[in-house]
Design a binder for this molecule. Structure first.
Ligand code: GDP
Ligand code: MG
Length: 439
């Protein structure tokens, strides 16, 4: 079967022109399924159909919605569609029904994106999370955190505008609010990480200096000889990405060009790609050659490793050692360090275990369950955390409250991007353009 769907003020009129009901003239009752026949604009019989009118606001878009359930295949639905169009309807753009549901306030942007996640779900687990997202699992948590921050902002703005007339927030109250907000956000990020690990897959990037064994590890984790491995530094230049599944988790595993100062023009292009993907990574695996001293060129990993779970692999344990756990302090934030020799394939097991733990660790023992979160939403959560961290630093440095309020406002606005309170038309267009037609 195929469904031709109409939405808008003329849905009922067009439906009534295209479909002649088998029994009963007169008004179309809302939410009642009728048997009928669909006709073309030139009054040719097209199909025997079922048709329903759903009067707004009790419909997907909150507008009047008409549906014609006709026989499937390539021709009949097209003819029914043509008949609707010749009577004044126009073709919907990708995701337009869901966009209308969002614009009418029936669902928020987070829920709208869950519709897409549901359609695109690659596993039963991902589908379950997306269905929960459609019920507002992510949106509700984000909205309640955003509300807390808005309340806080209102306090500060009142102090700013009315000075002594309103009671000041004490340092203790501010610290309390901040720690509550940070816990809530941490919970969200943990749930998001877990959700991405069980759904679409965590973007996991293998990085490090050239020749450390990144491609060897990538091949081992994938269980196939896919990336080129040579003793020649600078062999890997492009990003290679493959999904791997283990322990109920999915990782989108990326092998990248080694980072080092200098390098030829092609190698430098590869390193640029690597830096970009490190910026988007949701988990990092830093592979180091422990037979060499700390390499140059890894500066960006210091910040990145604080942002996302990071597993450090100290490879080449078979050779005389010149790099140990202590050398990592101050340079990387490590969630786990795994000394290994990847020439022995069985050693991949310990790396795999560390990756699994790092992927689940963030979520362990917390109240929040896994959440269906897409890349856009993930990035917004990470930015919200950055603003709260910057707020915390400002507090410690004793910055004036009107300066701190800037970070607070930014955190509120970034969270609003998830639920759709603060989105530009450009973002909306981007979100809905990835929908298929008719959704
Ligand atoms: N001695 C030793 N050599 C290794 C080990 N792991 C990888 N290699 C070798 O190191 C070289 C570089 O490996 P590769 O995976 O291409 O490194 P990448 O540049 O980081 O991708 C290859 O010749 C590997 O065979 C190890 O544990 N010990
Ligand atoms: Mg390589």
């Amino acid at each position: 079967m195929a469904i031709v769907r109409l939405s808008g003020p003329r849905a009922e009129a067009i439906l009534a022109q295209v479909v002649r009901r088998a029994r009963g003239e007169g008004v179309w009752e809302s939410h009642r399924l009728y048997v009928g026949q669909a006709f073309s604009a030139t009054d040719q019989l097209l199909d025997e159909v079922l048709a329903v009118l759903m009067k707004g606001p009790r419909s997907y878009t909150r507008e009047d919605v008409g549906e014609i359930h006709c026989h499937g295949g390539l021709v009949v639905p097209g003819l029914v569609l043509d008949s609707c169009v010749s009577r004044g309807a126009r073709l919907a753009t990708p995701g337009e029904f869901t966009l209308r549901a969002f614009l009418s306030g029936r669902i928020d942007l987070g829920q709208a994106e869950s519709v897409l996640a549901l359609i695109q779900a690659g596993s039963a687990g991902a589908a379950r999370l997306a269905a929960e997202g459609l019920q507002g699992a992510l949106s509700k948590q984000v909205a309640s955190l955003r509300k807390e921050l808005l309340e806080w902002m209102a306090f500060w703005e009142a102090e700013f505008d009315f000075g002594d007339e309103v009671p000041r927030m004490t340092g203790g109250q501010v610290a309390g609010r901040l720690s509550r907000a940070r816990d809530a956000l941490q919970c969200l990020l943990a749930g998001a990480l877990e959700g991405r690990a069980s759904g679409e897959g965590l973007l996991t990037v293998l990085v490090g200096p050239p020749n450390a064994g990144k491609s060897t590890l990538w091949n081992l984790l994938l269980g196939e000889e896919r990336a080129l491995v040579t003793a020649h530094p600078g062999t890997t230049r492009d990003l290679l990405e493959r999904p791997v599944h283990f322990g109920g988790h999915c990782l989108r595993l990326v092998d990248s060009a080694g980072l080092r100062p200098g390098g030829g023009p092609i190698e430098r292009l590869g390193m640029n790609r690597c830096r970009q993907v490190v910026g988007q990574a949701e988990m990092l695996v830093v592979v180091l050659d422990s037979s060499l001293p700390w390499p140059r060129g890894l500066e960006l990993l210091s910040e990145a490793s604080r942002r996302v779970p990071t597993v450090v692999v100290l490879n080449k344990r078979d050779l005389p050692q010149r790099l140990g756990v202590r050398d990592l302090e101050d340079r990387l934030h490590c969630d786990a360090v795994v000394p290994t020799c990847l020439l022995r394939p069985e050693e991949a097991t310990s790396v795999r275990a560390a990756l699994l733990e790092a992927a689940t660790r963030a979520g362990a023992g917390r109240a929040a369950g896994a959440l269906s979160v897409n890349h856009r939403q993930w990035q917004a959560l990470v930015r919200a955390r950055e603003h709260l961290e910057s707020l915390e630093n400002g507090l410690q440095e004793g910055m004036p409250w009107d300066c701190l309020a800037v970070d607070l406002r930014l955190a509120v606005s970034v969270l609003g991007e998830i639920t759709g309170e603060n989105v530009t038309d450009e973002v909306l267009e981007q979100v809905f353009s990835t929908f298929c037609l008719g959704k």
